[in-house]
Each structure stands twice: as structure tokens, then as C-alpha cells.
Design a binder for this molecule. Structure first.
Ligand SMILES: NC(=O)c1ccc[n+]([C@@H]2O[C@H](COP(=O)([O-])OP(=O)(O)OC[C@H]3O[C@@H](n4cnc5c(N)ncnc54)[C@H](OP(=O)(O)O)[C@@H]3O)[C@@H](O)[C@H]2O)c1
Length: 266
């Protein structure tokens, strides 16, 4: 019997530590039962991952949801699924490619025409560690989509957000911002060798810096601005990394991540 004590206690410890670690990195579910009937939410990158689950949760709470996605078919499929799942028919798919200034302007022009108000803007869309791609306007892709695209979108929607106050802007950053460095002499990766990881961290730091600056500028307007790290969530975000191609790392990832249920604190 005694020969089993050591292996059993080692296995028990490993399982215990895994559960604690998982709770630590994923956070918990939001216990709020708040309803948001009468409020309009604009959310980017809502066809999959955290964005889709956020849209679903807010639709369940009665909000009018505008999903901004670059692929219209995927967007409409997700919107249809959410409408049928939540019995909320006010869930709309709209084209928005954050790698295109023209697309952002078109999206905002439609929102301004069709929506009386925007109470919540969730800048969720993101791309992580893609190759050295450029946006339609020549910006490095991760900085261009994660920061610049949302920067333009937010500024173009600002009048609507102000006239709907109290309203809020929520920027999805990442813990990765902690190791991010802003290279103001070469934000666009033209003078140095491209580093996919550093480019992602820089873009996520830019989300935090933008949030802080905008929050200060909007004081007294009734529009609040916050940034967050969503925890470690099992989504498609790692599609450009080796993590999702390796069976070993995806198994470890699945053990340590949570499915993308996620709710906004009210
Ligand atoms: N998952 C995590 O553990 C984690 C951790 C820290 C931070 N985050 C942040 O959380 C946010 C959501 O990520 P996720 O994990 O849900 O990733 P995801 O499953 O890959 O979803 C990302 C979304 O962004 C969209 N997107 C990418 N490029 C776009 C563009 N040019 N225009 C419009 N939409 C675009 C994607 O559209 P397509 O489907 O068409 O590509 C997709 O809908 C990101 O900002 C990410 O940095 C996630």
C-alpha cells in the first residue's frame, strides 16, 4: 500500500495545482444579472471567440447588438445563431474591416445613419503574431488592426457615444502589454527586422496607452474608457502561431484555458 502513497500524492498535487492555475489565469464567470434593454452595443470581431460570446451574452441581456466583422458570411452566420439562441432579434451583422480606413468609414457612416444611439463600444477584434502583413493603407497589420483601426473607429463614433452618455468604451488589450515597448521612431517596422511577438505586444500596449489618454480627455463627458485583459481563453487567436498546430501544446492549452464564455461587468 505504502508504495502507492508517493505517486498518488504527486498526481493529486499536479491535479490540484492545475485547477488552481486554471482558475487563476481564466478568472471567473460574471455573476451579474443586469439587463441592458434599450442600450445599443457595437462590438468588433464578433463572429468568433471572445467577441461572439460577448455579443451572445449582451443579446441575452436584451441589448441591440451591432456586430462588426470583416467576413460578412461568417458575421451573418454568427448573428443568426445568436438571434436563435437568445430570441433577441435585434442582433445585426455589419461589414467592418479594421485593416481598411475606407471600410471603417463606411461602417461608421451606416451606424450613424441607422442608430439613434451607441451606449457601449467594445473594441475586441484582434490579430496575433501574423506574418509581416500590411493593412490596405500600408500599416503593419497588428498595429494597424489592433490599435490604429480601433483608434479611428472610436474617434469617428465619439459624437454618438457622447450624445448617448452615460456610455462606455471597452478596449480588449492583453497581459502581453506588460512586455510591450513602443518604438516611436519605427512604429511601422520599416527600419528593423520584423518580430511578430514584439509587434503584438506593442499593439496591445498601444491599446492601454490609448485607453488612458482617452479616459483623461473624456472626463466630464459621461463616456468612460477601460481596457482589460480577458484571461487566457481558448479561441482562434493562436491561428498564426505554432501553438495550434502542435498536438502537445494544444492539449496543454486546452487544459489551462476556458471556453470563450465571458461577460462584461456592469
Ligand atoms: N484568447 C485569449 O486568451 C486572449 C488573451 C489576451 C487578449 N486577447 C484579446 O482578445 C481579443 C479577442 O481575441 P480572441 O481570443 O477572441 O481571438 P479570435 O478568436 O482570433 O477572434 C478575433 C476576431 O478579430 C477579428 N479580426 C481580425 N482581423 C480583423 C480585421 N482586419 N477587421 C475586423 N475584424 C478582424 C477576427 O475575424 P476573422 O474571424 O475574420 O479572422 C475575429 O472575429 C483580441 O483583441 C485579443 O488580443 C485574447
Amino acid at each position: 500500500m505504502s508504495k502507492y502513497i508517493l505517486p498518488v500524492s504527486v498526481i493529486g498535487t499536479v491535479i490540484g495545482v492545475s485547477v488552481l492555475l486554471r482558475d487563476h489565469v481564466t478568472g471567473g464567470a460574471c455573476p451579474s444579472k443586469a439587463k441592458i434593454k434599450g442600450k445599443t452595443v457595437v462590438i468588433t470581431g464578433a463572429n468568433t471567440g471572445i467577441g461572439k460570446e460577448t455579443a451572445r451574452d449582451l443579446a441575452k441581456r436584451g441589448g441591440r447588438i451591432i456586430m462588426g466583422c470583416r467576413d460578412e458570411e461568417k458575421c451573418e452566420a454568427a448573428a443568426r445563431e445568436i438571434r436563435s439562441d437568445t430570441c433577441n432579434h435585434h442582433v445585426y451583422a455589419r461589414r467592418l474591416d479594421l485593416a481598411s480606413v475606407a471600410s471603417i468609414r463606411e461602417f461608421v457612416s451606416r451606424v450613424n445613419q441607422e442608430e439613434e444611439r451607441v451606449d457601449i463600444l467594445i473594441n475586441n477584434a484582434g490579430v496575433m503574431r501574423c506574418p509581416a502583413w500590411r493593412t490596405e493603407n500600408g500599416f503593419e497589420m497588428q498595429f494597424g488592426v489592433n490599435h490604429l483601426g480601433h483608434f479611428l473607429l472610436t474617434n469617428l463614433l465619439l459624437d454618438k457615444l457622447k450624445s448617448s452618455a452615460p456610455s462606455r468604451i471597452i478596449n480588449l488589450s492583453s497581459l502581453a502589454h506588460v512586455v510591450g515597448e513602443m518604438d516611436f521612431d519605427d512604429l511601422n517596422w520599416e527600419k528593423k527586422k520584423y518580430d511578430t511577438k514584439k509587434a503584438y505586444c506593442q499593439s496591445k500596449l498601444a491599446n492601454v496607452l490609448f485607453t488612458r489618454e482617452l479616459a483623461g480627455r473624456l472626463q466630464g463627458t459621461g463616456v468612460t474608457v477601460n481596457a482589460l485583459h480577458p484571461g487566457v481563453v481558448a479561441t482562434d487567436l493562436g491561428r498564426h502561431t505554432g501553438m495550434h498546430q502542435s498536438q502537445f501544446s494544444s492539449t496543454i492549452l486546452d487544459l489551462q484555458t476556458t471556453p470563450p464564455y465571458w461577460t462584461i461587468p456592469h
